[in-house]
Design a protein around this ligand. Sequence first.
Ligand code: S6P
Length: 601
Amino acid sequence: MAKSDWTCSLSAICEWESPDYEPSLPVSEKSNPLTRDIDRASANSIVKMLQACDAQMFQEETGSTYHKLLSDQVVTTLMEVAKRVELVLKDPEDSLVILSGCGTSGRLAFLITSGFNRALRQLNQSPVYSYIIAGGDRALLSSQEAPEDDPKLGMLSLKKVCEGKKRVLFIGISCGLSAPFVAGQLDFCLQHPEVYTPVLVGFNPAHQARDEPLPGCTFTFLSVVQRMQELAKSHQAFLINPAVGPEAISGSSRMKGGSATKILLEVVLSAAHAAAFSHTPVACNGILLHLRAYEKTLDLTYAQSEIITDLVEAAGESLRCGRRVCYLGWGSLALLGLIDASECNPTFGADFEDVRGFVSGGYRELNNKEGPLTALGPEFCIAHEDFLHQVLPRLTDKDTVLLIYTHSDDVGKVVDLARRVREKTANLHAVYHQTDEDTSAALQQDEISRLCLSTLKIAWLQGASVSASLLHMQWELSTKLVLNAVSTGAHVLKGKIYQNHMIDVQVTNSKLYRRATRLLQKLSGRPESQCEEALLKTIYGANKLTLDMTTSDVITHTCTAVTRTKFSGSKSFRPMCPRDVLDVPMATTQINGQPNGPIAA
Ligand code: S6P
């Protein structure tokens, strides 16, 4: 990066912390000054911007209003929560640790609980972790944004999972401190302190929690947080809410929000396991070392930014010409592929076939509560066999395929699949993690590299200080960063982002409804009431709004929005383009001058 660019980005790194920067928005909804021009950037610059945004997760506290990931206050709370988990691990009878969330937060709850239950089984201990995702298991693989708005559903699903339990540590994840589903669960915990200890994970300061009334409830997310703050003084509730800076794509909490969730909860659960099973008491130093290991993960991953750029370019080209990107993965890395792919619909208005993930072993490997979901439709066919039957026959060089694996997977199987894909497309790439000492699969790896157009190989040091489980968690984070970059970068190149805002979004819950109204305001400069009116006209497909429409609540609006499809009649939804709803020319010089082309027809 040229020196002048650095100077510019260094000020941009901290700009969002100024009290004058988008003051009405919580951190999780602010637009990141680093990515203001991401829509006009080359693949190479996109990757650099994502790297700079991710690095903000580990920015030191500057004495500003924001606590950061490495702040004393955050580390202390992580230790306290780890000790609570340790108690459950030592006396698991009638106890549970529950991780719950909506969208990406629920998917990460699943990923993390699966990994730590597996670790318990390996130690011949019974599993104590359970996950809840709004909308049930289908939400692990597809966009289900509406259940997020239902506090009662959250409460009922928590009650159901905890039937008969005497002690529950409940960890609610809501990156924006905003999901009513999670607020309902936390409220329930606060009403039953004899059983439940609530923990909230999110990435806004407490006062920025959402204060919108919830239908049928006397509480808001903010009021729940305030009650928790009171109880936190006596360690009866815990708040883990460092600021990690605005997302690269405004509000896209699947990115840093998801990564930071994974980091924080793995740090907590790992410390608890070490204390319960390896005589290593929970200590500040251990927590900090683990956090720093994740910081190194970012460095090691982005050290490969040239190859990540190649992947973004290849995937972007596929999407631009209406073709697809496939992730073929093994083990938990494959799950990160499924998660990344599932997020492309709510973020970019993508069709499920645009970016699709497949896992070796299918639902057997996934081991989700509700079992195989294939009956729900092709979107839920996730095994490599499904790929071979449904996708492979139609693959061409215009499709991009990524193999995602580590040296501890069955590399022979990776070679077999690579050969079969190579017969149909040369556009094959590998994302591969290996320890520096391991050479066992060297020959097979050479063969894969020969078959692939590019190989992103990350070699990790496995010294005495790095356990196998830490290494695996680092591989997962690294894979998440690479896949987030590929899918985000590719959709940016396709023209699905305006400045750094999502513009092809279906307004399927109240958070998205509010965000859409704000975006219209920002881009048109018109008053809020006029923008909301324009949005409603689009939702109801009406030139004139009836009294019924204007007096309905937001949930009714979003339920109607769910039924709307794109006017083009294409498989996916119509871009929520401000030009369509306001009928005013947007900053057209910027849009039309882009290499990415116009944002909406
Ligand atoms: C965000 C993703 C969404 C969120 C969900 C929960 O990129 O598309 O599905 O994960 O809305 O958000 P939160 O703030 O409660 O974690």
